[in-house]
Design a protein around this ligand. Structure first.
Ligand SMILES: N[C@@H](CCC(=O)N[C@@H](CS)C(=O)NCC(=O)O)C(=O)O
Length: 222
């Protein structure tokens, strides 16, 4: 039995975070694809994540760890290799602060701006713009949110770099552009050109097709 298993889904930004962290650390793992989007979860996933019933779940020596940010910290503490969180306590606290900001503020607002319509969408777009301005400010003088190298905040911001940008292209939403957010634009280019990131993101055409199918399904069910 492999020592490390990851229950995930090819198109999930959350399970992609874990794959990037494992690759950064050079940890071998077995990927177990879960059909979560069709409500077809395996008994093993329900056993290992009975509280949230979501992917990703990391199984290490038979012990499950749930919630992507918790898993990222676990990976950092368990394996040698490039640090995912800074060592300095203050820098570590700041990394956790911005990670939480992305999770609790940016992700819901950007999701809402991408998938809602009308007045609800306008409100979400305004909120997302304000949040992106704050993120833009944190990049002053830094290549990555983590400084010179990729850290937890960059990995968590994955959903902006790939998923949100693809959704923007499909929907014509022009929230995050090079003109409006030059530092975020530069971060996107730098982040996406790292080989470990490039090689571990879901293929753009496959993700585009899956978003288009979801948009189509939402339109026909109206
Ligand atoms: N807060 C969780 C979010 C994970 C999550 O939303 N996973 C989705 C796939 S992207 C899922 O398993 N959804 C199944 C469901 O909601 O039933 C984390 O960071 O791990």
């Amino acid at each position: 039995m492999a020592e490390v298993k990851l229950f995930g889904n090819w198109g999930s930004p959350f399970s992609c975070r874990i794959e990037i962290a494992l690759k950064l650390k050079g940890v071998e793992y077995e990927f177990i694809e879960e059909d979560v989007y069709n409500d077809n979860k395996s008994p093993l996933l329900l056993k290992y994540n009975p509280v949230h019933k979501k992917i990703p779940v990391l199984l290490h020596n038979g012990k499950p760890i749930c919630e992507s940010v918790v898993i990222l910290e676990y990976i950092d503490e368990t394996w040698e290799g490039p640090s995912i969180l800074p060592k300095d306590p203050y820098e570590r606290a700041m990394a956790r602060f911005w990670t939480r900001f992305l999770e609790e503020k940016c992700f819901p607002a950007m999701k809402q701006a991408s998938w809602s319509t009308g007045e609800e969408q306008e409100k979400a777009k305004e909120e997302a713009t304000e949040l992106l301005k704050i993120l833009e400010g944190t990049l002053s003088g830094k290549k990555f949110f983590g400084g010179d190298s990729i850290g937890i905040v960059d990995i968590v911001a994955n959903f902006i770099a790939h998923w949100f940008i693809i959704l923007q292209e499909i929907t014509g939403l022009e929230l995050l552009t090079q003109e409006k957010f030059p530092k975020l634009g530069q971060w996107l280019d730098d982040y996406l050109s790292c080989s470990i990131i490039k090689e571990n993101l879901p293929p753009k055409d496959k993700l585009t097709a899956s978003f288009q199918a979801r948009i189509q399904a939402a339109t026909t069910s109206k």
